[in-house]
Structure formats: C-alpha cells, structure tokens
Design a protein around this ligand. Structure first.
Ligand code: PEP
Ligand code: MG
Length: 836
C-alpha cells in the first residue's frame, strides 16, 4: 500500500463486512473509550498485519495484538468480543511480541467456529490507541478482503494548547485487588485509562516489580495482571485523592456475568469411618484392586556447566516432539469426535506455544540453566502465579501446565513412559494430568485416586468419557498407603476403602461380575433384532460421522445407520470435497454396514457453522438463519453436487437421503423434484427414499402434510428441544433444562407419529433422546419405530426394548403428555419403567 510521509493507508487485517465502531456489540469499544477505530465481522480464520511495523503487545490469552506502525501509530486488533474468556483456546499466535512484521503477514490463526460458539461476537475492533498523535479516516467500504485498503491514518498537527501539566507534589497510594474477569486485559485497561485521563494527576499501577502509567493501555496490559491479583495504585498531583479513589473503584468494579464464574471445587469431606478416605466423585464406578502410587520426575541439582546453544536446541526439539505427540492425540480425538479430549489437548498445544513460557525458559537457559531445569522452573513460576489467584479453575489450569512439565521433561531425559502397571491396578497420585490419564486407561488401570484435583478438571472429564472410576480430593493420606495394598474404590460415593474385608472384596467382585455379565449378555444379543414383548419390531440404528464409526456400529449390532452427519466431509479443510471424494466417502459408510441401510443427511452447515470456502452472509441470529436445507436457497450447487454423489453409491436401494431443518412442504418438494431430474440425468430407474428431519416445531406440527410427500420422518430432538423451548442447546447455564422429555416435546413427537401414520410412513428418532434409556418406553409408546443411538449403546437399548410391552407403553405415554414439566415426566418414567 503506498504511503506518503503523513498518510498511512492500512490494509484490512481480516476479510468480512466492515462496521462502524458504534455498532460493535460492546459498550467500551462502541463508546470509543479505547480510541477511535473500525470493526470487521470476520469470515476468514487468520489475522494479518495491516501495515509494516513492530508487534508491541500480545495479549496473554492471544486474542489481541497491538502493532506500532513505522510512523508511530499504534493499532490494537482485538479478535471478537469477550474472547479473553477463552483463555487462549481457539487462538494460535504466529508471531511474538517484539517481532518486526510486514504488511499482509499472517499474525494469528483463529478458530472461528469455536469463538462463535463460545463468545458473544466475532466482531473484531481495530483501534487506534494513540489518537492524541494521529487521526483516523475510514475508507467507505461495506466489506473487505484481507489486504484491501481499510482506513487511513494521518499524523495530527500539534496545536500547542495541550493540557497544562500538573506539577503538584501531593501523592496518594493504595492497594486493590483486580476483580475484572480474565484480569486487566484490553477492555478493563481501557476503562482504567479513561478514568485516569479524567484527572490532572499522574497515576501508575504497580504490580510485582513492574509498573505502568495509567494513561498507557499497552503499559497496563503489559503488566499481565490476572483476575484476583493485588496491585498498588499511586497518584501524584493536585487531585491525587480523587483520582486514587476513582481508579480503585474502576479496578475493583464487580465482575459481571456471574453465570460463567468458575465452578467451585467441592470441599473435601472428612471421613468418619475408620480406614476409609473420603473424597469427591469425579467419575462413578465400583472397583477393587492393588493401589499403586505414581510420582512425577524429580530432577537432580543442576550441574550448571552447559552450552547455551546446545541446551536451547535440546529444549526446542523436546518441545517439538511433545507438540507433535499432542497433535497426533488431537487428530485421533478429532477423528473419533472426542470433543472433550480434543478441547483439552488443543489447550495444551496452545500452552506449549505460549510466548511467556517459552521466553522464561529460554531466558533461564541464557543464564546458564540446563534445558530440563529451565523448563521446570518456567512452568513452576507460571503455576505459582495461577495458584496464587486462589481460584479453582486457575488451579486446574496449573495442573495442565504440570502435565506439560512432565511431558517435556520426559522428552528431554529420553525416558520411556516411566511406569508399567499391572492390569487391574487402581492408581493413586498427588494429581494426575490428562496425558497420564490416557496412558493409564491404555494400560488397563481400573480406577484413579487423587490427593488433590477437582471434579470439574480436565482429568475428571476424561475419566468420565473413558468410564474410568475416579475420586479426587482424597487428601495427602492417600499417598501414604503402602504400594500394592488391596483397596476398594467406591467412586460414586467418593470413598476409598483402605482395608476392605474379604467379604467386601467378594461383594465388589459380585457386583462387578453381575454388571459385566449383563453387558456381555446385551452385547451377545446385540446383533439380533429388538422386539418388544408383544412383538413390535424397533430398529436400533446408529448415529455416525465417518466410515470408521460405521464399522464400530456394525460390530456393535446396529440395524443400520440412522443418521450419517455428512458435515465431517466438509469441515476443517480449505476446499470443498468434490463429487468423487464425496461418493467414495458415502460408499465407504455403506460398505461398512453389510446389507443394512444407511440414512445420509445432506449437509447441515450455515448459521454458526461456517466453511472457509463457502462464505455466507453474516447472521444476526445464526441458528435461526440460513442453515440446513435453507443453504440450498443461497448455494444450490452445493446440495446439487452432494445429491449427485449420493445417487452414485451402490446399491442405491440401501441409501436413504434425509433433509435437515425442513420447515415447509415446498422445501421437500423442490429437493424431490431435483432428485428426480438427477435420476433421469444419471439414467437411474429408481430414486432413493427421501426423508425429512423433524427438528423445528413447524415441521412437527405439519408432519401430516410432510409425510404425504416424504418416505419417512426422523425426529432430531436436539434441535427440536432448542427451538421448542427457546433454549440454546449449547448454553451451559440452561443445560439441565433443555430436556427433550419436556411434555411440549412429547406432544410434538406424538403429533409427528400421528401425522406419519395417516400416510403409513415410519418415524425414527435420531437426536440424543434416542440414546436415553429412560425415554425408550415413551418413544416406543408414542409410535417411534426406529431409534438411532450412539454406537456403544446399541446393546443396552435393544435390551431395554426387549423388556417393554408396546401396548402398555402406548397407554402410559399418552398420560405423560398432560404432565407439567420434564422433571415430572422423568419421575413418572422411573416409576413406570424403572432403570435398575
Ligand atoms: C438433532 O437436531 O437432534 C440432530 C440429530 O441433528 P444435529 O444434532 O446434528 O443438529
Ligand atoms: Mg439438528
């Protein structure tokens, strides 16, 4: 971009619609408190440098960068709103503070999908933070692509009437704890700056051995003050007392949005029983076995004679080794759709790339430390900071850091995994890390006990997903139990029984054996069809998202695939899959299912699930926007190509096509017509069955009209709950209330089945309610004939069906429609059809 001496033209750092600052959905930015600027609603996943310059600040959590252009203008680029709360997740920095960059250079990779899901907005303000020296002129543009001209920066001429300097020697100082959520990141720092500018006194914030003037945003952010940190504020000037009071108030403003406050760790309860340690259940289950204690790596004292280059290189290659291990764990988790595992290890990868950590370690090496000790000390210093915050969530993040400490030390020391476990062991440790847990699970440990830890930690989440009983917060006593002592872990009740009698052992074995036997029996029967006691056949199919999951489903006894979510083929890539690639992927799923049928849902993206290569209009309410079948309205060629690919699988008779988010009959008729035309083009004599997802209330209420033209209906209870109850299905605070057993949902399901029956069509359920054992009798009773469930649950759902009487289910289910709440329905289900 050409710049003359006084004018600098900035290029767009992101692609997307351009917004005036006043339209940014955040009061601080919109008010101009942080400076003048402009915002972009990004459609691409990378932030680029808007000009040549130096990166003078990188937010601790990677969501914001400040660049100083060569003419001295300073620009803050803040990706999304409230993104500091992601704590670095979803951001991958490509540069460090201090780096010289050139215009257009990639600076920060952004996981748009995640930010969109978890944060208030993707709208990204670009702010001129030293507006006293420069002024900004936006170039009138509605949308921009990266690299296109965005705005001009002009140097201000000095007017010579700058505010008179306050030379008074009066001083005041006080300490205060910073209460802003996420610490003193860009937005709170801007409020402090604005407050300070209202007084003539010079004010500074002091933190640890650093301090910064309150009128410098960059200086304040650079202090790295976390939520809960205590800082000292000093003011010097005529109005120092008033300035101090105002700044103290601004720094200790009550934290907003308490609903996202960290979940408190349940305090340890003292056990009243002899020989029993009491902790907190992190994952339920009852097991017995020898207790084996794990310890971390202890380093000997540092000899202190090292070559700096050599140590730096060792650390670099150990870090790279661990990064690539984590990347492969991530790939694995991604392929298997283990969302929690994926998120935890993505956070680890981000931590491992954290400049603060890397700088601290390389600084220590420069001062003569060995790579091992430098890394350990860098981690421990960060852990100390996090622990000093006294917040459970921060303490849990410290455990993630310790995990990285161990992994990198292991890589540096060249140690193989440092313990071998006899299968069937219960493992105790001060606090285990997520990667320890994956290894332990692979080594067939049967239970986990930790002296510390919280039930909301990453380890706890992983233990639950692996079905590994786990108790946390047992106290240090658990570490004194002699190696190999036989114990009973009653995780559901948070108990570790240190001296169980023979009788207790026998009892635990008996309970475990009964559970195992039941599971084996269910698995043995899983390949057989499921009939109710009065002879109604219920197909138990599987929800899958890849051909490998289809293999597992087939082995587990699935009667078919009830829902193939085809998004797996379209997401996390830079270009669209072509017809051939799609055909092969769909064929692979068909091939994995023997002679069973496969229901393939057409692509359900749009709304909040954007594809890089498929830019769609920005939506104010994405879940109410152009998602699912509505995509055909704006991108008919995408659906067309998918239909062509689907029509080429063999045998076509085993393939059924399912349309998501249908809300009126015309949408179905239009696709049906197009499918018929394509069949003619491809010289096919028969078109595959075409079904409609019932996932918006309108579709359920119109089931009869839809069933006239559809071959089957499949109820998506996840979205149907969201749209019926007007509750975001991903809203953490509403999670317990988005319950598909709500009587309103049951009425819609009943109406769907009745409408379908008028045209002799069958109805399936492919939402999560189908996998809920308590719901099975209700769905059977209301007339559902196919349940599409998660693959590991096929055996138990079939077993549940085999114990039901469909006629009785029908009669009792109709009564549930009149109940007052989901809770009442659940209680009634438990009463009518108890789960043992
Ligand atoms: C549903 O909405 O219930 C459904 C099965 O679709 P998805 O979860 O993919 O939106
Ligand atoms: Mg859905």
């Amino acid at each position: 971009m050409s710049n003359n001496n006084n004018v600098l033209t900035l290029s767009a750092p992101l692609s997307g619609p351009v917004l005036a600052l006043g339209n940014v959905p955040d009061d601080v930015f919109a008010s101009g408190a942080m400076g003048d600027g402009i915002a972009i609603d990004p459609l691409n996943d990378c932030l680029h440098a808007p000009c040549d310059g130096v990166i003078i600040h990188v937010a601790r959590t990677g969501h914001a960068l400040t660049i100083r252009a060569d003419n001295g203008a300073e620009l803050l680029m803040h990706v999304g709103i409230d993104t500091v709360e992601l704590d670095g997740e979803g951001f991958a920095l490509l540069v460090e503070a201090g780096a010289r960059v050139s215009q257009g250079q990639a600076l920060l990779r952004i996981d748009l999908d995640r930010i969109a899901r978890q944060c208030k907005s993707l709208v990204s303000p670009i702010i001129l933070t030293n507006g006293e020296r420069f002024e900004l002129q936006p170039l009138a543009r509605k949308t921009v692509k990266v690299g296109e001209p965005l705005m001009r920066i002009l140097a201000r001429l000095s007017t010579g009437d700058e505010t008179a300097v306050d030379n008074s020697a009066a001083e005041a100082a006080a300490s205060v704890r910073v209460t802003h959520r996420g610490g003193l990141h860009a937005r709170p720092a801007a409020l402090i700056r604005k407050t300070a500018l209202g007084f003539s006194s010079q004010a500074r914030v002091h933190y640890g051995d650093k301090s910064a003037p309150c009128d410098s945003l960059i200086g304040l952010m650079g202090l790295g003050i976390g939520e809960g940190d205590e800082v000292c504020v000093s003011c010097r000037g005529k109005d120092c007392e008033a300035a101090l009071q105002a700044l103290i108030d601004a720094l200790s403003a009550p934290a907003k949005d308490e609903h996202t406050a960290p979940v408190a760790v349940t305090p340890r309860r003292a056990s009243t029983e002899a020989n029993v340690l009491q902790g907190v259940c992190a994952a339920p289950g009852l097991v017995c076995g020898p207790l084996l204690r794990l310890t971390g790596i202890e380093l000997p004292a540092d000899s202190g004679t090292h070559s700096v280059d050599d140590q730096r290189q060792r650390l670099d290659s150990a870090l790279e080794q661990v990064r690539s291990e984590i990347r492969s764990t991530l790939d694995h988790a991604r392929q298997r759709k283990h969302v929690e595992e994926k998120e935890i290890f993505a956070a680890h990868l981000a931590l491992l790339e954290d400049p603060a950590l890397l700088d601290a370690a390389s600084g220590a090496i420069e001062h003569g430390s060995a790579a091992t000790h430098a890394w350990r000390d860098a981690i421990q210093a960060q852990c100390a900071v996090l622990l000093a915050l006294g917040k459970p969530l921060f303490a849990e993040r410290a455990n993630d850091l310790r995990d990285l400490q161990q992994r990198v030390l292991r890589a540096l020391l060249g140690e193989a995994w440092h313990f071998e476990l006899p299968p069937g062991s219960i493992v105790s440790a001060h606090e285990l890390t997520p990667s320890d847990l994956l290894h332990l699970s692979a080594q067939q440990a049967v239970g986990i006990c930790m002296a510390e830890g919280g039930a909301t930690s990453h380890v706890a989440i992983l233990a639950r997903s692996k079905g590994l009983p786990c108790v946390v917060a047992l106290g240090a006593d658990v570490l004194d139990v002699p190696q190999g002592q036989r114990v009973v872990l009653d995780a559901a009740n948070g108990r570790l029984e240190l001296a169980p009698s023979e009788a207790r052992h026998a009892q635990v074995h008996q309970i475990r054996n009964a559970q195992k036997l039941r599971h084996q029996q269910q698995q043995a029967q899983a390949q057989l069809p499921a009939h109710t006691t009065d002879g109604v056949n219920i197909e138990v199919a599987a929800n899958v998202a890849s051909s490998s999951e289809a293999h597992t489903a087939f082995e587990n006894g699935a009667d078919g695939v009830g829902l193939l979510r085809t998004e797996f083929l379209f997401v996390e890539r830079r270009t669209a899959p072509d017809e051939q690639e799609q055909r092969q992927a769909y064929q692979a799923v068909l091939d994995a299912m023997g002679d069973k049928s496969v229901i393939i849902r057409t692509i359900d993206v749009g709304g909040d699930k954007q594809l890089d290569y498929l830019p769609l209009p920005v939506e104010a309410n994405p879940v109410l926007g152009l998602r699912g079948i509505r995509l055909a309205q704006v991108r008919p060629q995408v659906l067309d190509q998918q239909l062509r690919a689907l029509l080429q699988v063999t045998p076509l008779a085993r393939c059924r096509i399912l349309l998501p988010m249908v809300s009126e009959v015309d949408e179905l008729l239009q696709i049906r017509r197009r499918l018929d035309e394509l069949c003619v083009e491809l010289e096919l004599t028969q078109r595959p069955e075409l079904g409609v997802m019932i996932e918006v209330p309108a579709a359920a209420l119109m089931a009869e009209q839809l069933a006239e033209h559809a071959d089957f209906l499949s109820i998506g209870t996840n979205d149907l709950s969201q749209y019926t109850l007007a509750m975001d299905r991903d809203h953490a605070g509403l999670a317990a209330r988005v319950d598909a057993l709500h009587p309103a949902l049951l009425r819609l399901i009943a109406q769907t089945c009745a409408g379908a029956a008028k045209h002799a069509r069958w109805v399936g359920v492919c939402g999560a309610l189908a996998s809920d054992l308590l719901a099975t009798p209700v769905l059977v009773g209301l007339g559902v004939r196919e349940l599409s469930v998660s693959p590991p649950q096929i055996g138990e759902i079939k077993d549940r069906v085999r114990h039901l009487d469909a006629a009785q289910c029908r009669q009792r289910s109709l009564g549930l429609l009149d109940l007052s709440s989901a809770k009442a329905v659940r209680q009634a289900c438990q009463h009518h059809w108890p789960l043992s």
